[in-house]
Each structure stands twice: as C-alpha cells, then as structure tokens.
Design a protein around this ligand. Structure first.
Ligand code: ATP
Ligand code: ZN
Length: 226
C-alpha cells in the first residue's frame, strides 16, 4: 500500500491495559480528536493525525498492510509478530521506534513450585505452554535447548495442572496468578513495555514531517515524566 497520504493514522488498543495511557500520551503531545459514533475512529482536529481503535494483536499487521502508519503496542506483541513474519520468510516492515514507559511486564518462564531450578538445560524434552511461540522458540534456540512449544491463546497458567504442559512461558506482572497455580517464575525471557511501532522504511510523503513533529513532542513529554 504505497498510496500517498497527507494524514497520519495511529492504531491504539480500543480497550485494555494500554488504551488509557496511550491516549493520555498522545493528548499530552498536543493531539485532540472528534470520535466517530462507533468509537472505532478518532478524527484528529489539532493536527492531521487520526486514531484507529483496535485489538492490540492487530496493530503490527495493520502497519504491515499500510492501513495504519504507527501504533502503540506491547513489545511482547511486536517482537512475537516480527518473529512470525521472519519465520515465514517475509521482510521486516515494522519495528520499535520508541519505548514509552508504561505497560511494563515480563515474559517469564515459570515451573512447578516443587521443581529445584537448575537452569535452561532442565527444559530439554519438556512441553512449554505459551501464547508467544516465536519468542519462546527464539530463546530456546539461543540456549541450545530442544523443547516443545504448546501454543495456547489463554489460561496458559493452568496448563501444567491440566497436564497439557510441564512448564509455562507467560506474561507476569505480580506473580500472584502464578502462585495460585503452584508455579514459580525462574527466568525472564523478555522485558516488555508499551512501544511506538512504525514502519522499517521512512515515509515518502508529508507523513514524514508529521511523524517527526509527533516524535519531537512525545520525546518532550517522556523526558518530563522521567
Ligand atoms: P485485546 O482485547 O486488545 O486483545 P488483551 O487482553 O490482549 O486485549 P491486555 O490484557 O489489555 O490485552 O494487555 C495489553 C498489553 O499490556 C500486553 O500485551 C502487555 O504488553 C501489557 N501488560 C502489562 N501488564 C500485563 C500483565 N500483567 N498481563 C498481561 N499483559 C500486560
Ligand atoms: Zn490482545
């Protein structure tokens, strides 16, 4: 999708952990909008920068397809989908432009409480439940460990109790859910937070100047917050 456009379109999460902080950051950067009746699209009023409100998982694909120019999404989702594309032999079309300082969490490996953790080699031949198979397989490859990724789209933490997997690789912020399922975190595979995602190649039209302006303002806001 190489159509020349004179407005910038940013995808953010419609409802969830990243929606409010993402909107707040953009508002602090001087953006204001008029919302469509279905609240899926916000038309930029102070600048020609519009918002599309979507599921977080759709954001990298929307950038890849040229439907949106930028997105605010967890690094976990961005890196997972980048890995999926690379695995399928597709070119790199989106990448992380900035880390945004909210939505922090870790992708961690957790094992049953009663295991004595001795290191990654202990995972050889085990089944690991996860929603992030590409991130997990990449890490296993780096460690030189052969294990099976069991891909689940929810309730990853009960998989060991159900006998679906031996250990899990899941997002953790407090550890309470793990403890409730008799699991303990032993290793962090990725430190995640919300990031601004954008194309791997620069824009070839007026969107370049709009993106520059927005980035300068966002950097200003993020500096003050530190
Ligand atoms: P959607 O309906 O948009 O698909 P979701 O349920 O996938 O929503 P959320 O649970 O709102 O998404 O999480 C969005 C992002 O928030 C995660 O991808 C992650 O980057 C970040 N995050 C921060 N803390 C946590 C946590 N404790 N558990 C899960 N995600 C977290
Ligand atoms: Zn999601």
């Amino acid at each position: 999708n190489s159509a020349v456009r004179d407005r910038l379109r940013i995808a953010i999460q419609k409802s969830g952990r990243l929606s409010e902080p993402a909107r707040a950051l953009l508002a602090s950067s001087g953006l204001s909008w008029r919302e469509s009746r279905d609240k899926l699209f916000c038309y930029g009023e102070s600048l020609p920068v519009d918002l599309l409100l979507v599921r977080d998982d759709d954001i990298p694909g929307l950038i890849a397809d040229g439907v949106c120019d930028l997105g605010i999404v967890g690094r976990n989702v961005l890196v997972e989908q980048a890995g999926e594309r690379a695995e399928a032999g597709k070119p790199e079309v989106f990448r992380e432009w900035r880390s945004l300082g909210f939505g922090a969490c870790k992708l961690s490996l957790a094992v049953p409480d009663d295991w004595t953790w001795e290191g990654p080699s202990q995972l050889a031949g085990k089944r690991i439940a996860t929603t992030y198979p590409n991130l997990l397989r990449g890490w296993l490859r780096e460690q030189g460990v052969q294990a099976e990724a069991v891909v689940l789209n929810g309730s990853v933490e009960i998989a060991p109790r159900l006998g679906q997997a031996d250990v899990i690789c899941d997002l953790v912020s407090s550890g309470a859910t793990l403890a409730a399922n008799q699991l303990k975190p032993v290793l962090d595979i990725l430190q995640s937070e919300a990031v601004l995602a954008g194309p791997a190649q620069p824009f070839g039209d007026v969107r370049a100047e709009l993106a520059d302006l927005l980035l300068r303002r966002m950097d200003g806001v993020l500096r003050i917050r530190d």
